[in-house]
Every structure is written in C-alpha cells, then in structure tokens.
Design a protein around this ligand. Structure first.
Ligand SMILES: NC(=O)c1ccc[n+]([C@@H]2O[C@H](COP(=O)([O-])OP(=O)(O)OC[C@H]3O[C@@H](n4cnc5c(N)ncnc54)[C@H](O)[C@@H]3O)[C@@H](O)[C@H]2O)c1
Length: 321
C-alpha cells in the first residue's frame, strides 16, 4: 500500500506507545484513524493530543480479548467512517516477566490471550469484512524480536509473539489474491508504557508466578525509556508497508540480525552446533559482565524477572533473558 489518503486505519492499543505512534504517523499520512484501547485514561490522553489536529480520529474502548465487543467495534467503524478499515493495525499487547518454570496457567491465559488471542480476534473479525468491501488493504501487526527466540524470562510472551509471526506469514499468503498485504513488525525495545501492563490484567487471571509490584513497574519504565521512539518506529513500519515487506525488522542491519536468528536455530539441531551455541552464549554473557547494559541497571534491586517470593522451589536468582 502506497497511498494512505482517506483510508480507514483501525489501531488496537492505539492510545499508547507503539500504537499511538502509528496513530500520529498514519493520521499525518491522511488516514482516518480509529484508536481502540482497553484503557480509558490512555484514550482520553490520545484524544486530547488530536483535539487541535486536522485528523479525523475516533476512539473506541475495547478489550481485544472480548469477541462480541470486537464485532461491535467493527460495526461502529462502519457506521462512523462508512466502511471497514483498509488498514488494520494489531498493536495492543501486554508483557510479564518471571522464570518460565514459575509460570501459572493464568500467566499464559492473560499474556497469550491478549498478544495472540487478540490478534486472532482482529483477523477473524476484520478479514472477511475487508474482503467483502473489495477495496484491498493492509494488515500491519506488531510482534516482537522476542518472538524470534525462546526467552526463559518471559515464556508466555515469546510463545505468543512467535505464533503471531507465523500467523502473519499464513495470512500473507492467503490474502494476496484479495489485494490485502500483510506486514509484521519485529522490534526490540520501544519507549512505551508496556511496563504498566499489569494494570489491565483481569482479576480472574490475577494468579501469577512472577514478582510484579510497583518496584518492578518503576524499573520497567526506566528500562523501556532506552527504546526506540514510537513515532520513529511507525515511520519505519510505514516504509515496510509501502514496500510490501512481510517482516519489518527495525534494526540498522535487519538481514544480518535475521541470519543470526536462523544460525542460532541451525546450531540447535546438532550436538556440535549445541556446543557452538553454548560457546557463543558464554562469550555474550562475558561481554555483558564486562560492559553492563544500562537498560538492566536496577533490575536485581527491583526484583524484576524473579518468581513470586513464596515459590521457594524456584532458583530465584534474578533476571534471565
Ligand atoms: N515496548 C517494547 O519494548 C516492545 C518491544 C517489542 C514489541 N512490543 C509490542 O508493541 C505493542 C505495543 O505495546 P507498547 O510497547 O506500545 O505498550 P503500551 O502499553 O504503551 O501500549 C499498549 C496499549 O495496548 C493497550 N491494551 C492492553 N491490553 C489490551 C486489550 N486487552 N485490549 C485493548 N487494548 C489493550 C494498553 O492499554 C496500551 O494502551 C505490543 O504488542 C508489544 O508487545 C513492545
């Protein structure tokens, strides 16, 4: 998709962070924007930003895990803008950190419910409507670098994002005949509010195996402040969408980065490769000790990435990634 003028863009998580960056950039490109978000305070702040702008922006309070509410939101878009979106941004996501072995069913159900289930709900709700409207379009989903490898400190998130990456390739193939493109963004750190994810965790999924409290949240705010600016990221995503690129990897050398990921998986397929990978991991750890990453400063003191304190059977040594 190259021409964005007059297109309807539906952005989940559009009221904060990466999604809000997309709302700003694509409204400037001429899109009519729907920001859909579970947090009313985020929606209010985002709408206040757009108040003096020329852009047409509509806000919908939506929990993307609620399928009935999602269908209602889709009806509302058609009522307000006269058509289903031509651009669907599956951006909303949450994260939680703690040892994989301490993860509860609720940790999986919440994180995977939003990060994977929410994307599935977006696709099943909107894809048939987009096809029937016959205007083509583009699906732009935000996954994560975290989905390209397993991570012992956020297993549910990594699993959800890996599934999303795979899902986007399936839809990329399926939607070509309809003139609907698919792009999947795989960023590293972004300067956002994702550290506050636990504020929207539903009560019935509250039981966690992870240490999550105001200290860990404060650490995460600092941690993510080192990330890429959401508006800069949205410009990179826009270029990827314009060029119809499936995997948009916002790194200085995306091909080198992806080759490294593939090489790691290749290493994991033979005993010799396993040794090579262990050596590489050891070197990486030594480098990290020699040159500590400022992003991780204060992690141990905050208890970030640890298991809940009463889980004494977990080797509770602190953040592992
Ligand atoms: N921040 C990072 O470093 C980083 C890195 C890679 C990928 N990502 C991905 O970027 C996407 C956006 O996250 P962000 O970092 O901008 O965080 P953010 O918290 O700033 O924004 C996410 C928005 O999604 C909303 N949201 C959460 N659960 C929802 C639900 N069930 N229904 C509707 N809205 C919901 C939140 O209220 C919030 O406004 C996520 O998919 C995240 O996994 C983030």
């Amino acid at each position: 998709m190259k021409d964005f003028a007059g297109k309807v863009a539906f952005i989940t998580g559009g009221a904060s962070g990466a999604g809000f960056g997309q709302a700003k950039v694509f409204s400037e490109a001429g899109c009519k924007i729907v920001i859909a978000d579970i947090r009313q305070d985020h929606l209010d702040e985002a709408m206040a930003y757009f108040k003096d702008k020329k852009a047409e922006v509509h806000a919908i309070k939506l929990d993307i895990t609620d399928r009935q509410a999602y269908a209602k939101a889709a009806d509302e878009v058609e009522k307000v803008f006269g058509s289903p979106p031509q651009l669907l941004f599956n951006t909303a996501g949450v994260n939680a950190f703690g040892p994989a072995e301490a993860s509860t069913f609720e940790d999986y159900d919440w994180v995977m419910g939003v990060c994977l289930g929410g994307v599935v709900n977006g696709m099943v709700t909107f894809v048939p409507r987009m096809i029937k409207a016959g205007k083509g379009g583009h699906i732009a989903t935000t996954a994560s670098m975290g989905g390209l490898m397993g991570t012992s400190g956020c297993a549910p998130y990594s699993a959800a994002k890996a599934a999303v990456i795979n899902l986007m390739e399936s839809y990329y193939q399926a939607l070509r005949p309809y003139g609907i493109g698919v792009s999947c963004l795989c960023p590293g750190g972004i300067r956002t509010n994702i550290g506050e994810s636990s504020y929207t965790r539903p009560k019935h999924l509250a039981k966690t195996g992870y240490n999550t409290n105001e200290k860990t949240i404060a650490f995460m705010h600092k941690h993510y402040s080192y990330g890429i600016d959401p508006v800069e990221l949205a410009h990179i995503f826009k270029k990827g969408i314009e060029n119809d690129v499936l995997y948009v990897v916002p790194m200085p050398e995306p091909e080198k980065m992806m080759r490294g990921i593939v090489e790691r998986m290749v290493n994991f397929t033979t005993p010799e490769g396993m040794k090579r990978q262990e050596e590489a991991n050891k070197k990486r750890m030594e480098e990290m000790i020699k040159h500590p990453n400022p992003m991780m400063e204060g992690a141990a003191e905050a208890g970030w990435g640890r298991a809940r304190e009463d889980l004494t059977w977990v080797k509770n040594k602190g953040p592992q990634t």
